[in-house]
Each structure stands twice: as structure tokens, then as C-alpha cells.
Write a protein that binds this ligand. Structure first.
Ligand code: 25A
Ligand code: L14
Length: 350
């Protein structure tokens, strides 16, 4: 490190995730010398609360990164694609929440509880995984270490906050309109989301899966570091504000009982086992919202195969799924002294 405490930028600071990044830096007393919020020109001058005072949002430009040690990006994929190479080129380490750099071989894709070692030797851009992937691998990694997972079948129930502030507003507005017998405005999603479920997140690809589903397939393999794990996913948007839920079925090489899985997960970092059917105890989005941990319950045997388990995994998609995981990566970079390693020219600046 060049300095005792890093200067930190939050790019996309006015968004749903950017605001949570500021709050997380504050809550965890991240040792920043200074925090500087950036967003588009639309938001320049906006004031955001921080540490009892206010920060003024600046317009993001290619030349703003001189003197900044660390930048947390959450302003969409195209913003990251353009600006992250300029940051890295100026010696500023980027932790990027978009999908732009995740599958790039030059970029580690990190969930600190699972693969923090992947940060060593980074090239200046570190990718934060997809929200649905993060909460799944936090739970699956300890089970994989114990019994070797060979196949995963996951269906998600994803909150609108993943799409950002405009989608939160759309669900609110549609609910109000429907209760007033008005035709709901449909802008953010292709169909009404209020009192509905949409089996469609991000764009459709040539194989008829959505991009969100293929992120879960590809990112899981990269983070778990095992190309032999086969993953298939169905991603569904549900009318929930905060908290993604997932039904996860796993097949393992070695037999693992639900009791053994519960015992392993009770020791797992960042995981809370919330599983007592007799007491109607299972994780729900309304409990996970605002929490840092990932919750798992409904752990039971898949009776149709020899070595299989079903479970239900829930986490706050804006916290562990985005802002918290990014700040945890930043903390790990500090701990390992991986900031301030000078200018880099690994990524093309356009
Ligand atoms: O799927 P991806 O690509 O990986 O993207 C992940 C996340 O990125 C955002 C979106 O978050 C999504 O969850 N995103 C995705 N695609 C996008 C696109 N095409 C996209 N954002 C913009 N364009 P989000 O919508 O919650 O936050 C977006 C943040 O990114 C800033 N931003 C956008 N374009 C930028 C940029 N920053 C720099 N350069 C650019 N070219 C964006 O700033 C926001 O911070 P903004 O100036 O556009 O702010 C928009 C206005 O929205 C209001 N607002 C936002 N959040 C809140 C809010 N108001 C009240 N409460 C809030 N929590 C403000 O009025 C603000 O001025
Ligand atoms: O790859 O819920 O981070 O619309 C961004 C959009 C996750 C899903 C990502 C959403 C996605 C999110």
C-alpha cells in the first residue's frame, strides 16, 4: 500500500446497490481515508448521506481515477466495460458488480467465503458474481468439499430490487394502481410484475435459456473451481421487493444425510441454518431482507436418486448478493495488501 488508508470511489452511487455500498462501508467501518460517489451527469450534485454528513455525487469521467485506490462499481455492464479499464490503468483496483467482466479469464470472480485466494495476482479488475449465484455457492461450497457435488438443479424466486430503483418503484406503483382499479403501467419488465411471476430475467439467448440462467451455470463452475459440476437453472422474477429465494437440488458423489448437511452448514462462514419443519421454521425473503447472512432450510433427502438433497436458500440480494460481497472483497484486498500495486495496462482503454 502506498498510503495507510485507501481513497474509495463508489460508481453508480445513486442506484439501489450504490446506496447500499455506501451504507455497508459506513456500517462495517471500512478504513477509507475518503469516499467519493460517482454517477451519470443526471445525478451530479445530488447529496448522499454518509457517516453523519453528506457526500456530493460527481459525474463519472475517464480521468477521475487518479489518486483513487479502490473503486466499487455498480452502474450497469456498459458503464463497467468502458470505465473499469480506465480505473485499473490509473492504478485504482476495481471491484465490479456488473456482469461485464465475470467470465473474463483475466478477472477473478470472488465470493470471499468460497475462493478468496483467487484475489492473489489480480490484474486490477475483480468481478463480483451474480446475486443468485453468490447465495447459492456460499451454501454449496462446504457441501461440495464434504461430498463432491456432481449436479445442481436450481429454480430462483428473485426480488425486483435486483433490477434497480426503477423496478422497485414499478412494483409499488402497479400495486397501488391495481388497488385503485386502474390499468397498471408496465415499463421495466415486459409484463405486469404485481401479483404475477415472470420466468424471464435478463435477455433470452440462442439456447432458449436466459442470460441470468446461464450466469448461474457458468459463474458457479468458475467460483467453485470445478468444471465437473453440472448446473441447470430456471430464474423467475416474483413480486418481492428485497430477498432472493432459491429451490436447490444437488446430487453428490458420496452419500450425505440431511443431518450431516445441517451439521456442516452450521459451521459454514456467512451461513445460518434455519430449518425446523415441526416449528414451521424455514427461511423467507422477509426475514433475510436487511441481513448479511445467507439462510438455508428445508434440507431433505431427494428420494428419487441415491445421493441427493433438496434445500431452500434465501439472502438479501442487495447486501450479500451485491453491496456486502463487494465490500467483503475490498476488506480481503486490504488484509492481503493487494491494493496500490501501481498502474496496469492489462485491459484495453476505449
Ligand atoms: O445488469 P447489470 O448491467 O450488471 O447492472 C446492474 C445494475 O446496474 C444498474 C442497475 O442499478 C442494475 O441493478 N443498471 C443496469 N443497467 C443499466 C443501464 N442501462 C443500469 N444503470 C443505468 N443504465 P440501478 O438502476 O439501481 O443503479 C444505476 C446506477 O448507475 C448509475 N449510472 C447509470 N449510468 C451511468 C451511471 N453512472 C455513471 N455513468 C453512467 N453512464 C446511476 O446513476 C445509478 O447510480 P444515475 O445518475 O443514472 O441515477 C439515476 C437516478 O435514479 C434515481 N435513484 C436511483 N436510486 C435511487 C434513486 N432515487 C431515490 N432512491 C434511490 N435509491 C435518482 O434520481 C438518480 O438521480
Ligand atoms: O448479473 O434482478 O448482476 O434484474 C443484474 C440484474 C442480476 C439480476 C447481474 C436483476 C444481474 C439483476
Amino acid at each position: 500500500m502506498t498510503k495507510e488508508k485507501p481513497v474509495v470511489a463508489v460508481v453508480g452511487a445513486t442506484g439501489a446497490v450504490g446506496r447500499e455500498m455506501l451504507k455497508t462501508l459506513e456500517d462495517r467501518a471500512f478504513p477509507a481515508a475518503e469516499v467519493i460517489p460517482f454517477a451519470s451527469s443526471r445525478s451530479a450534485g445530488v447529496k448522499l448521506p454518509f457517516r453523519g454528513g453528506e457526500l456530493t455525487v460527481r459525474e463519472l469521467k475517464k480521468d477521475v481515477f487518479a489518486g483513487i485506490d479502490l473503486a466499487l462499481f455498480s452502474a450497469g455492464g456498459s458503464t463497467s466495460e468502458t470505465f473499469a479499464p480506465w480505473a485499473a490503468g490509473a492504478g485504482c483496483v476495481v471491484v465490479d458488480n456488473s456482469s461485464a467482466w465475470r467470465m473474463d479469464e483475466r478477472c477473478p470472480l470472488v465470493v470471499p467465503e468460497v475462493n478468496a485466494d483467487a484475489l492473489e495476482g489480480h490484474n486490477g479488475i475483480i468481478a463480483n458474481p451474480n446475486c443468485s449465484t453468490i447465495q447459492m455457492v456460499v451454501v454449496l461450497k462446504p457441501l461440495h468439499d464434504a461430498a463432491k457435488i456432481t449436479r445442481v438443479v436450481v429454480s430462483t424466486y428473485q426480488a425486483v430490487s435486483g433490477t434497480g430503483q426503477k423496478a422497485i418503484a414499478e412494483l409499488e406503483t402497479q400495486v397501488r394502481q391495481l388497488f385503485n382499479m386502474q390499468e397498471p403501467d408496465v415499463k421495466v419488465y415486459p409484463y405486469r410484475i404485481a401479483f404475477n411471476c415472470l420466468p424471464h430475467i435478463d435477455v433470452f439467448l440462442d439456447n432458449d435459456y436466459t442470460k441470468e440462467e446461464m450466469k448461474m451455470v457458468n459463474e458457479t463452475v468458475k467460483i467453485m473451481g470445478d468444471a465437473n459440476i453440472r448446473v441447470t437453472a430456471t430464474c423467475v422474477r416474483v413480486p418481492v421487493f428485497y430477498g432472493h429465494s432459491e429451490s436447490v437440488n444437488i446430487e453428490t458423489a458420496r452419500k450425505m444425510t440431511p443431518q450431516e448437511a445441517r451439521a456442516i452448514l452450521a459451521q459454514a462462514p456467512g451461513v445460518q441454518v434455519y430449518d425446523n419443519p415441526g416449528e414451521k421454521m424455514y427461511p423467507m425473503a422477509i426475514d433475510a431482507a436487511g441481513e448479511d447472512d445467507t439462510f438455508v432450510g428445508r434440507i431433505r433427502e431427494d428420494e428419487t436418486i441415491d445421493n441427493g438433497l433438496n434445500m431452500w436458500i434465501v439472502a438479501d440480494n442487495i447486501r450479500k448478493g451485491a453491496a456486502l460481497n463487494a465490500v467483503q472483497i475490498a476488506e480481503e484486498l486490504l488484509r492481503r495488501d493487494l491494493l496500490g500495486v501501481g498502474d496496469r495496462n492489462v485491459f484495453e482503454r476505449k
